[in-house]
Design a binder for this molecule. Sequence first.
Ligand code: URA
Length: 219
Amino acid sequence: MHIHNLSINNSILNAFLAEIRSKDIQKEYMRFRRNIERIGEILAYEMSKSLTYKAQTLETPLATTTINLMLNNIVLCSILRAGLPLHNGLLNYFDSAENAFVSAYRKHKKDSESFEISVDYLACPKLENKTLILADPMLATGQSILATLEALKPFGIPKEIHLVAVIGAKEGIDDVSKKVPENTHLWIAAIDPVLNSKGYIIPGLGDAGDLAFGQKLQS
Ligand code: URA
Protein backbone atom coordinates (compact mmCIF):
# COMPACT_ATOMS: atom_id res chain seq x y z
CA MET A 1 0.00 0.00 0.00
CA HIS A 2 1.26 3.50 -0.85
CA ILE A 3 0.93 5.74 2.21
CA HIS A 4 0.66 9.52 1.70
CA ASN A 5 0.90 11.13 5.14
CA LEU A 6 0.22 14.84 4.61
CA SER A 7 1.59 15.76 8.06
CA ILE A 8 5.16 15.13 6.99
CA ASN A 9 5.11 18.67 5.54
CA ASN A 10 3.86 21.73 7.42
CA SER A 11 0.78 23.34 5.86
CA ILE A 12 -2.53 24.99 6.79
CA LEU A 13 -3.75 21.42 7.41
CA ASN A 14 -2.00 21.59 10.82
CA ALA A 15 -4.41 24.33 11.95
CA PHE A 16 -7.47 22.21 11.11
CA LEU A 17 -5.94 19.15 12.81
CA ALA A 18 -5.18 21.22 15.93
CA GLU A 19 -8.83 22.34 16.13
CA ILE A 20 -10.32 18.85 15.81
CA ARG A 21 -7.86 17.45 18.38
CA SER A 22 -8.17 20.23 21.00
CA LYS A 23 -10.55 19.07 23.75
CA ASP A 24 -11.97 22.59 24.07
CA ILE A 25 -12.32 23.62 20.43
CA GLN A 26 -13.60 20.23 19.21
CA LYS A 27 -16.76 20.58 21.38
CA GLU A 28 -18.39 22.90 18.84
CA TYR A 29 -20.20 20.42 16.54
CA MET A 30 -20.44 22.67 13.51
CA ARG A 31 -16.79 23.70 13.68
CA PHE A 32 -15.72 20.07 14.11
CA ARG A 33 -17.73 18.98 11.06
CA ARG A 34 -16.46 21.88 8.97
CA ASN A 35 -12.83 21.17 9.92
CA ILE A 36 -13.21 17.50 8.92
CA GLU A 37 -14.78 18.70 5.66
CA ARG A 38 -11.87 21.10 5.06
CA ILE A 39 -9.40 18.26 5.67
CA GLY A 40 -11.41 16.18 3.16
CA GLU A 41 -10.99 18.96 0.61
CA ILE A 42 -7.21 19.04 1.13
CA LEU A 43 -6.99 15.23 0.88
CA ALA A 44 -9.09 15.33 -2.33
CA TYR A 45 -6.77 17.93 -3.85
CA GLU A 46 -3.64 15.94 -3.00
CA MET A 47 -5.16 12.70 -4.24
CA SER A 48 -6.29 14.33 -7.48
CA LYS A 49 -2.63 14.71 -8.47
CA SER A 50 -2.33 10.91 -8.75
CA LEU A 51 -5.34 10.43 -11.07
CA THR A 52 -5.44 10.15 -14.90
CA TYR A 53 -5.74 13.22 -17.10
CA LYS A 54 -6.29 13.90 -20.82
CA ALA A 55 -5.92 17.14 -22.75
CA GLN A 56 -9.28 18.70 -23.67
CA THR A 57 -9.87 21.67 -25.92
CA LEU A 58 -12.17 24.50 -24.87
CA GLU A 59 -13.14 27.96 -26.04
CA THR A 60 -12.64 31.01 -23.87
CA PRO A 61 -14.41 34.18 -25.07
CA LEU A 62 -11.07 35.14 -26.68
CA ALA A 63 -9.40 32.00 -28.01
CA THR A 64 -9.13 28.22 -28.02
CA THR A 65 -7.04 26.57 -25.32
CA THR A 66 -6.34 23.10 -23.97
CA ILE A 67 -6.42 21.88 -20.40
CA ASN A 68 -5.77 18.45 -18.89
CA LEU A 69 -8.96 17.12 -17.30
CA MET A 70 -9.46 14.08 -15.09
CA LEU A 71 -10.76 10.91 -16.76
CA ASN A 72 -11.42 8.73 -13.69
CA ASN A 73 -14.94 7.50 -12.95
CA ILE A 74 -14.99 8.00 -9.20
CA VAL A 75 -17.18 6.21 -6.68
CA LEU A 76 -16.94 7.85 -3.30
CA CYS A 77 -17.87 5.46 -0.48
CA SER A 78 -18.22 6.46 3.16
CA ILE A 79 -18.86 4.61 6.35
CA LEU A 80 -21.83 5.93 8.32
CA ARG A 81 -22.12 7.96 10.40
CA ALA A 82 -18.72 9.48 11.21
CA GLY A 83 -17.68 9.47 7.53
CA LEU A 84 -20.31 12.01 6.43
CA PRO A 85 -18.37 15.29 6.94
CA LEU A 86 -15.28 13.77 5.28
CA HIS A 87 -17.50 12.54 2.43
CA ASN A 88 -18.84 16.09 1.94
CA GLY A 89 -15.31 17.49 1.78
CA LEU A 90 -14.29 14.98 -0.90
CA LEU A 91 -17.52 15.52 -2.85
CA ASN A 92 -16.93 19.30 -2.82
CA TYR A 93 -14.02 18.63 -5.19
CA PHE A 94 -15.04 15.48 -7.07
CA ASP A 95 -18.19 17.09 -8.52
CA SER A 96 -19.46 14.19 -10.59
CA ALA A 97 -18.53 11.28 -8.34
CA GLU A 98 -21.04 8.51 -7.79
CA ASN A 99 -21.67 7.75 -4.14
CA ALA A 100 -21.89 4.69 -1.93
CA PHE A 101 -22.79 4.42 1.75
CA VAL A 102 -22.15 1.62 4.20
CA SER A 103 -23.18 1.31 7.81
CA ALA A 104 -20.28 -0.45 9.49
CA TYR A 105 -20.20 -0.09 13.24
CA ARG A 106 -18.52 -1.60 16.28
CA LYS A 107 -20.86 -4.17 17.83
CA HIS A 108 -19.55 -4.56 21.38
CA LYS A 109 -19.61 -7.98 23.01
CA LYS A 110 -21.53 -8.03 26.32
CA ASP A 111 -19.45 -6.84 29.32
CA SER A 112 -16.31 -6.73 27.22
CA GLU A 113 -14.20 -4.11 25.49
CA SER A 114 -13.85 -6.33 22.43
CA PHE A 115 -16.08 -5.81 19.41
CA GLU A 116 -16.77 -7.06 15.92
CA ILE A 117 -17.65 -4.92 12.90
CA SER A 118 -21.24 -5.21 11.76
CA VAL A 119 -22.08 -4.16 8.18
CA ASP A 120 -25.84 -3.66 7.91
CA TYR A 121 -26.81 -1.14 5.25
CA LEU A 122 -25.08 -0.87 1.88
CA ALA A 123 -26.02 1.30 -1.13
CA CYS A 124 -23.49 1.19 -3.98
CA PRO A 125 -23.31 1.66 -7.78
CA LYS A 126 -21.25 -0.67 -10.05
CA LEU A 127 -17.55 -0.54 -9.14
CA GLU A 128 -16.08 -2.48 -12.08
CA ASN A 129 -13.06 -0.62 -13.50
CA LYS A 130 -13.87 2.55 -11.55
CA THR A 131 -11.80 4.52 -9.03
CA LEU A 132 -13.04 3.65 -5.55
CA ILE A 133 -12.39 6.21 -2.82
CA LEU A 134 -13.23 4.77 0.60
CA ALA A 135 -13.44 7.42 3.32
CA ASP A 136 -13.22 6.62 7.02
CA PRO A 137 -12.12 9.52 9.25
CA MET A 138 -10.53 7.39 11.99
CA LEU A 139 -8.47 4.43 10.78
CA ALA A 140 -8.06 2.74 14.17
CA THR A 141 -7.89 -1.07 13.94
CA GLY A 142 -8.70 -0.88 10.22
CA GLN A 143 -11.45 -3.48 10.69
CA SER A 144 -14.22 -1.20 9.37
CA ILE A 145 -12.30 -0.53 6.17
CA LEU A 146 -11.54 -4.23 5.66
CA ALA A 147 -15.16 -5.26 6.40
CA THR A 148 -16.40 -2.58 3.97
CA LEU A 149 -14.04 -3.66 1.17
CA GLU A 150 -15.29 -7.23 1.66
CA ALA A 151 -18.94 -6.12 1.55
CA LEU A 152 -18.28 -4.14 -1.68
CA LYS A 153 -16.88 -7.16 -3.58
CA PRO A 154 -20.21 -8.16 -5.25
CA PHE A 155 -20.34 -4.70 -6.91
CA GLY A 156 -17.28 -5.34 -9.12
CA ILE A 157 -13.52 -4.95 -9.10
CA PRO A 158 -12.38 -1.31 -9.06
CA LYS A 159 -9.45 -0.25 -11.25
CA GLU A 160 -7.87 1.41 -8.22
CA ILE A 161 -8.64 1.92 -4.54
CA HIS A 162 -7.85 5.08 -2.57
CA LEU A 163 -8.43 4.99 1.19
CA VAL A 164 -8.90 8.38 2.83
CA ALA A 165 -8.59 9.02 6.56
CA VAL A 166 -8.07 11.97 8.86
CA ILE A 167 -6.16 10.23 11.66
CA GLY A 168 -4.87 6.65 11.66
CA ALA A 169 -3.10 4.41 14.15
CA LYS A 170 0.14 2.86 13.01
CA GLU A 171 -0.89 -0.70 13.91
CA GLY A 172 -4.22 -0.43 12.04
CA ILE A 173 -2.48 0.98 8.97
CA ASP A 174 0.09 -1.85 9.06
CA ASP A 175 -2.71 -4.43 9.26
CA VAL A 176 -4.76 -2.89 6.42
CA SER A 177 -1.59 -2.63 4.35
CA LYS A 178 -1.10 -6.42 4.52
CA LYS A 179 -4.70 -7.17 3.44
CA VAL A 180 -5.48 -4.79 0.56
CA PRO A 181 -4.22 -5.01 -3.06
CA GLU A 182 -0.62 -3.74 -3.30
CA ASN A 183 -1.50 -0.77 -5.54
CA THR A 184 -3.97 0.65 -2.97
CA HIS A 185 -3.24 4.23 -1.84
CA LEU A 186 -3.86 5.68 1.63
CA TRP A 187 -4.25 9.49 1.87
CA ILE A 188 -4.11 10.51 5.49
CA ALA A 189 -3.76 13.78 7.43
CA ALA A 190 -1.92 12.33 10.47
CA ILE A 191 -0.61 9.02 11.82
CA ASP A 192 -0.64 8.43 15.60
CA PRO A 193 1.46 5.84 17.46
CA VAL A 194 -0.99 3.67 19.45
CA LEU A 195 -4.47 2.31 20.09
CA ASN A 196 -5.85 1.97 23.62
CA SER A 197 -7.60 -1.16 24.95
CA LYS A 198 -10.96 0.15 23.62
CA GLY A 199 -9.57 0.56 20.11
CA TYR A 200 -9.34 4.38 20.31
CA ILE A 201 -6.46 6.16 18.63
CA ILE A 202 -3.99 7.80 21.05
CA PRO A 203 -3.55 10.80 21.12
CA GLY A 204 -6.30 10.89 18.44
CA LEU A 205 -9.30 13.09 19.15
CA GLY A 206 -11.97 10.89 20.78
CA ASP A 207 -15.10 9.63 19.02
CA ALA A 208 -15.40 11.36 15.64
CA GLY A 209 -19.07 10.37 15.20
CA ASP A 210 -20.06 11.80 18.59
CA LEU A 211 -18.04 14.98 18.00
CA ALA A 212 -19.74 15.54 14.64
CA PHE A 213 -23.29 14.49 15.50
CA GLY A 214 -23.69 14.10 19.29
CA GLN A 215 -23.48 11.11 21.61
CA LYS A 216 -25.29 7.88 20.84
CA LEU A 217 -26.42 5.04 23.07
CA GLN A 218 -23.97 2.12 23.02
CA SER A 219 -25.22 -0.86 20.99
N1 URA B 1 -13.25 5.87 15.96
C1 URA B 1 -13.18 7.11 16.51
O1 URA B 1 -14.09 7.92 16.34
N2 URA B 1 -12.10 7.42 17.24
C2 URA B 1 -11.07 6.58 17.44
O2 URA B 1 -10.10 6.93 18.10
C3 URA B 1 -11.16 5.29 16.86
C4 URA B 1 -12.25 4.97 16.13
